[in-house]
Design a protein around this ligand. Structure first.
Ligand code: NI
Length: 170
């Protein structure tokens, strides 16, 4: 397993629509494992393949790993699709691709997602609260969307100016 570099905004690769996965084969499992390793190393709770520069519809989530002593138990989903969404929840979100920034985003409070698991089997996952938020956040990444696309245009343009400046300063 390898820790991959995480792209940070602004980066045009984060704005691309990722391609569907044909099947979850060994090379895709390798990508999934590398994504998990990368997510744990960065102390994140979710990661989407476009964040490591891979334009494929794959996400990885583990809500509990940040707690000390918790066993790693990542959820991998290829080609995730939200087939049902209801309710409303407001959550303070962050993203490994936008370091040191959080903002409140309103999303559905319960979602049902279909996709393929690490063994290429169909999977149905129901998420409420933080899991619902995380699933929507990661699936957004596959559609070239960041959580800051849900905040006001004014806030977003101020943040993007700052992020651009930080990158130029590197
Ligand atoms: Ni993110």
């Amino acid at each position: 397993m390898a820790v991959l570099p995480i792209l940070t905004a602004p980066d045009r690769r984060l704005k691309q629509i990722a391609k569907p996965v044909a099947e979850v084969n060994d090379s895709l499992r390798q990508l999934m494992d590398d994504m998990a390793e990368t997510m744990y190393a960065a102390v994140g709770i979710g990661l989407a393949a476009p964040q490591v520069g891979i334009s494929q519809r794959v996400i990885c989530i583990d809500l509990n790993h940040a707690h000390e002593g918790h066993e790693k138990n990542p959820i991998f989903i290829a080609n995730p699709v939200i087939v049902h969404a209801e309710g409303e929840i407001c959550w303070k979100e962050g993203c490994l691709s936008i370091p040191e920034y959080t903002a409140e985003v309103t999303r559905s409070s319960r979602v049902i997602v279909h996709g393929l698991d690490r063994n290429n089997q169909s999977l149905t996952l129901e998420g409420t609260e933080l899991l619902a938020v995380c699933l929507q956040h990661e699936i957004d990444h596959l559609n070239g969307k960041l959580f800051i696309d849900h905040i006001s245009m004014l806030k977003r343009s101020m943040l993007m100016k700052k992020l651009k400046k930080q990158k130029e300063g590197d």
